[in-house]
Design a protein around this ligand. Structure first.
Ligand code: F6R
Length: 646
């Protein structure tokens, strides 16, 4: 999805903007651009395709300035083209970058055209630039610095007041080389706090090369920044005012302001906890591979604040309201998209089996438009890596007035909209996930959901001390077992050589491993572009068996659980039709390699943790198939990391 980076500094801002755009590349985009202000001139450069194209253009025509904004665009209104790339300009004096969608851009455009503005793109964003310009011209000529600031703010507010839809915005004006304006409504935007320089970004990762201190803007906020000061407004009200010469508190995540500064505290500065190295590939060839290999460690981190080494469930992490709300839970509604939805499907098996709590799971894009019948005592749970997925957020906002007991977000990004807007929260500590195909975010979500099932199981009186101790031990053993599973990588890589030629694949599983198979199929589709479908293995003979022949690989997830014998019968059905089986199977399942059957043995693990463990070889399989095919593993075609538009 689109990415924004901007800044006002006392040095040339262009290398910072360019590096920021490179760090945003993982989100998916089709063009990039940059605009800077320099001594009464607004300069812009744009390029279709990769940020490297923009970089090449900038070596031919160097931009230089202390104030600038930049953007990676993922086409919504108007096809990918140079003309549609951001920043968009008005009257050679205003430049705007925008994420989101302006729903009323057509009437605004018609009005502005009537006023004489000429449009050069098909985007909704260009409307914002001209609208600002028209409001700016309505203001009287500023006579001194304070008036100049008031003029900018008045024009900006008048512009924002006319926009319907979702936006994160950055705006600069040729005649105001000291001022950067920004706003957030429905699309994330952070302010990066520096020393004598300040920045904006749609994602903190874009700015980690210059700061690790961030202010997460709230819905409806706008801000005016100079290299020294940041003033954040909610309407006309100042909600935060910050100067960059404030002292840094050594240990607190949330910093205090220096003496004599306004410290309204409404928009705290949060220190980014993962460090700038988290967004580097290190020695790995791709982020996806790095993230697959990080899973033992991040699973341990994710459980660390939820479970003591002695096995006590630390429910306080859910938030202060949890103690009162948890005993009232009678049902659970899980809502998410994509991979996060698959995590929810696995969790349904756990929540019903361990806690006896009825559970429904639905994709957010469907849920948000449905007339739901809400049962009393239903906990509404959203699952999201980014916490900014438009459909999931919309579902949460709808649920808040639909009569649910409470809302809980399970998320990987602490300052995200989903976390801030939910009553209860559980963080996955997966660290930044850069590869578009989700891996460690999925398995850490599963670990948190397994933990939640234990918490509710205890609450409902379904788990005695011995049961709980057994399940907790299973969770605690996971990091080490994952390390063992990762050792399968060379064998999986070898298999991938023959697999890359295939055009279709079936994935099979039963019980909680049916959604694991769905996730395996999604991974393969996403990064290798091989058509893959997942079926509950018992469904084979109701249709899909017709597809099976010796050209069709069938990947099965076969842990040693109560359904193993049934699954083995399903595998016989495949073999009888000449299908080629690739089984990820419990080492004790007694399956043997033969012509057309390849088994990858995994350790015998308890039913609770098997779905987490069995997901990992499927991630490795899709990664190595994509590698053989030579696709862009971390940035697969047509996809974006964080889907912030509907
Ligand atoms: C697939 C993938 C997507 C996301 C989906 C939801 O590998 O990553 O399917 O899971 O777009 O994103 P989040 O979890 O950020 O809400």
């Amino acid at each position: 999805m689109c990415g924004i980076v901007g800044g006002i500094a006392q040095r040339d801002i262009t290398p910072i903007l360019l590096e920021g755009l490179k760090r945003l590349e993982y989100r998916g985009y089709d063009s990039a651009g940059m605009a800077v202000v320099r001594t009464g001139e607004l300069q812009r450069e744009r390029a279709l395709g990769k940020v490297a194209e923009l970089e090449a253009a900038l070596t031919r025509r160097r931009l230089n300035g202390r104030l600038g904004i930049a953007h990676t665009r993922w086409a919504t209104h108007g096809k990918p083209s140079l003309a549609n790339a951001h920043p968009h300009l008005s009257s050679a004096s205003v430049a705007v970058v925008h994420n989101g969608i302006i729903e009323n851009f057509e009437p605004l455009k018609a009005r502005l055209e009537g006023q004489g503005y000429r449009f050069h793109s098909d985007t909704d964003t260009e409307v914002i630039a001209h609208l600002f310009d028209s409001h700016y011209r309505e203001q009287h000529e500023p006579r001194h610095a304070q008036e100049a600031r008031d003029t900018l703010l008045a024009a900006f507010r008048a512009t924002l007041g006319e926009l319907h839809g979702a936006y994160a915005l950055g705006l600069i004006h040729r005649d105001h080389p000291e001022h950067l304006l920004c706003a957030r409504m429905g699309s994330p935007l952070v302010i990066g706090v520096g020393s004598g320089e300040h920045f904006i970004g749609s994602d903190p990762l874009a700015l980690l090369q210059v700061t690790d201190r961030f202010i997460y803007l709230e819905e409806g906020d706008h801000a005016l920044m100079t290299s020294h000061d940041i003033v954040i407004f909610d309407g006309e009200q100042v909600v935060e005012e910050i100067s960059s010469d404030m002292p840094q508190s050594p240990d607190a995540g949330t910093e205090q302001l220096g003496a004599g500064r306004r410290a309204l505290g409404a928009r705290p500065i949060i220190r980014y906890e993962h460090g700038s190295q988290a967004a580097n590939k290190g020695d790995y060839r791709h982020f996806m591979l790095k993230e697959i290999h990080e899973q033992p460690e991040v699973l341990r981190d994710t459980l660390a604040d939820k479970l003591t080494p002695e096995g006590t469930l630390l429910t306080a992490v859910l938030g202060p309201e949890a103690a009162e709300l948890l005993p009232q839970v009678r049902q659970v509604q899980l809502v998410a998209c994509g991979t996060s939805y698959h995590a929810g499907l696995v969790a349904r098996y756990w929540l019903e089996a361990l806690a006896g709590v009825p559970c429904s799971v639905e994709v957010a894009s469907e849920f948000r438009y449905r007339h739901v019948a809400v049962q009393p005592g239903t906990l509404f749970v959203t699952l999201s890596q980014s916490g900014e997925t438009a459909d999931t957020l919309a579902a949460l906002r709808f649920a808040k007035s639909a009569g649910y007991l409470a809302t809980l977000a399970i998320c990987n990004v602490p300052g995200s909209s989903l976390v801030r807007e939910s009553q209860l929260r559980l963080m996955t500590h997966a660290g930044p996930e850069i590869g578009v195909a989700s891996t460690k975010a999925f398995t850490t979500q599963l670990a948190v959901l397994a933990w939640l099932a234990l918490v509710l199981g205890r609450q409902q009186g379904r788990l005695d001390d011995a049961d709980l101790a057994e399940q907790v031990a299973a969770l605690q053993a996971l990091p080490e077992q994952l390390r063992q599973v990762l050792e399968l990588e060379p064998a999986i890589a070898e298999l991938a050589n023959g697999f890359a030629e295939k055009r279709h694949t079936l994935f099979l599983g039963r019980g909680a491993h049916y959604p694991v198979a769905m996730e395996g199929a999604l991974k393969l589709k996403e990064i290798s572009y091989i058509h893959a479908e997942a079926y509950a293995a018992g469904e084979l003979k109701h249709g899909p068996l017709a597809l099976v022949d010796d050209a069709m690989p069938v990947v099965t997830v076969a842990p040693s659980d109560t359904l193993l014998e049934k699954l083995k019968s399903n595998l016989q059905e495949v073999r009888a039709r000449g299908g080629r089986l690739i089984n990820f199977v419990c080492e004790r399942a007694g399956l043997v390699d033969e012509e057309g059957v390849r088994n990858f043995p995994l350790p015998k693990v308890p039913e609770l943790t098997a779905p987490i463990l069995y997901s990992v070889p499927l991630q490795l399989l899709s990664y190595h198939v994509a590698l053989v095919k030579g696709t862009d593993v971390d940035k697969p075609r047509n996809l974006a990391k964080s889907v912030t538009v509907e």
